[in-house]
Design a protein around this ligand. Structure first.
Ligand SMILES: Cc1ncc(COP(=O)(O)O)c(C=O)c1O
Length: 400
């Protein structure tokens, strides 16, 4: 049985309106494709390469963490393990974003920080500005707070500020916040240029908008000079970081560097959600990262840079005319635009039958009808070079 609520949504009886955000999972739809070929090459990941996860280091760090038991198995500080917060603040400061350990709240990945920010900022019906395309699970999180979305297209220099201004002029509901992934964006791979960083912050100030800067990939730069974080240019920015891409996603350790006026609220929201992040795990991440992470990240950069090169070279060598793709200076992803005659979702089962799976672009839009039908995302971090070459050959054959 279903009921229609006052907004016109059809919902199974007894369920909250926010369950509409949890529609059929993008990922669930992929499962059936894996059976179509005995040797699938999967370009769908958004993860570090498994063989680059520092397992031995984590084992050593975990022993140190357990040495604090049983005290570390009691409840503890809501904001998270203090030495880890210092390490986060020191690393951010060394990279040019002046942050104090007292401003950091450790979270279960940056995904939880997105959720906490949404909880603090959004009432049902509030509008959020996002890049189009943007990160799938951020869409899901904002939608669960019954947000509406204003989509701003990206080009090779990130979010288009002229389009942002136009969207704000035309908005029926003035938005509350801008959610942006300014550096090596998921999924487009593009970065917001320096001048646009300043412009975006100007627009946010003019319109009284909060800014969430989601930065999981910023450290994974393969070319060029680092760009200043939005947070380094404006202390009101809510900055989200994570160890998921530099150490391992399954640890579920990320953080928010909250602006002063929201800090206590972030701590309260964290406490009201899960009290704090697992204390043995945050100690493990601290001991693993201390005196190790900078060298480890340098090693990751070398491997991922080479994989990106292989992906870009193979695309150039194999793909027929009429396709375009991004050339990211870092991160995990290349965004491919197909000719208008090819629909990426229709291409996917054919590609899977030929042994290759990618993520179709429309999944990265809050409203799949608005874009991405002729685009797809390719990950290059999680596959060895020979698999990237072979995968692109297979994909190019299907496209041809
Ligand atoms: C842009 C972006 N934000 C947040 C996340 C979530 O990361 P975490 O594992 O830290 O929750 C991801 C993971 O893919 C991401 O790409």
């Amino acid at each position: 049985m279903s009921v229609i609520d006052h907004t016109g949504l059809r919902l199974p009886a007894g369920l909250a309106r926010r369950t509409a955000a949890y529609g059929p999972s993008f990922w669930a739809g992929l499962d059936s494709l894996f059976g179509l070929h005995p040797d699938i090459i999967y370009f769908g990941g958004g993860v570090p390469s498994q063989e680059l996860i520092p397992v031995e280091r984590l084992r050593y760090a975990s022993d140190l963490a357990w040495a604090d038991a049983p005290a570390a198995l009691d409840y503890g500080e809501v904001a998270g393990y203090r030495p880890l917060r210092h390490l986060i603040a020191d690393r951010m400061t060394a990279q040019g974003t002046l942050v104090d350990a007292g401003q950091v709240v450790v979270t279960n990945g940056s995904q939880q920080a997105i959720d906490l920010a949404a909880r603090l900022l959004l009432n049902p019906g509030d509008a959020v500005v996002v890049e189009a395309p943007t990160f799938i699970d951020a869409i899901r999180s904002f939608a669960a707070y019954e947000a509406t979305f204003l989509e701003v297209p990206v080009d090779q220099d990130g979010m288009r500020i002229d389009a942002l201004r136009e969207v704000l002029r035309g908005a029926a509901i003035p938005p509350k916040l801008i959610y942006t992934i300014p550096t090596f964006q998921n999924p487009s791979g593009t970065s917001l240029s320096l001048s646009r960083r300043h412009e975006l912050l100007d627009v946010a100030r003019e319109h009284g908008l909060a800014v969430i800067e989601d930065d999981p990939y910023g450290e994974l730069r393969y070319d060029g000079d680092p760009l200043p974080s939005l947070r380094s240019l404006d202390p009101h920015v809510i900055y989200l970081g994570t160890f998921s891409k530099t150490i391992a996603p399954g640890l579920r350790v990320g953080w928010v560097a909250a602006p002063e006026h929201l800090l206590e609220l972030f701590r309260m929201a964290k406490e009201g959600t899960d009290i704090h992040t697992a204390r043995i795990v945050t100690r493990t991440v601290f001991h693993a990262a201390e005196g190790f992470l900078d060298d480890h990240v340098a090693g990751l950069r070398a491997v991922y840079r080479a994989r990106r090169e292989v992906l870009l070279e193979t695309l150039a060598a194999e793909m027929p005319a009429g396709l375009r793709w991004s050339r990211p200076d870092g991160g995990f992803f290349v965004w491919v635009e197909l000719p208008e005659t090819i629909n990426a979702s229709e291409l996917l089962p054919m590609a899977a039958a030929n042994g290759v799976i990618f993520l179709p672009g429309s999944g990265f839009y809050p409203n799949p009808a608005t874009g991405g039908s002729h685009a797809l995302r390719l990950n290059f971090s999680a596959l060895p070079e020979d698999r990237i070459r072979e995968g692109i050959r297979r994909l190019a054959a299907v496209i041809r």
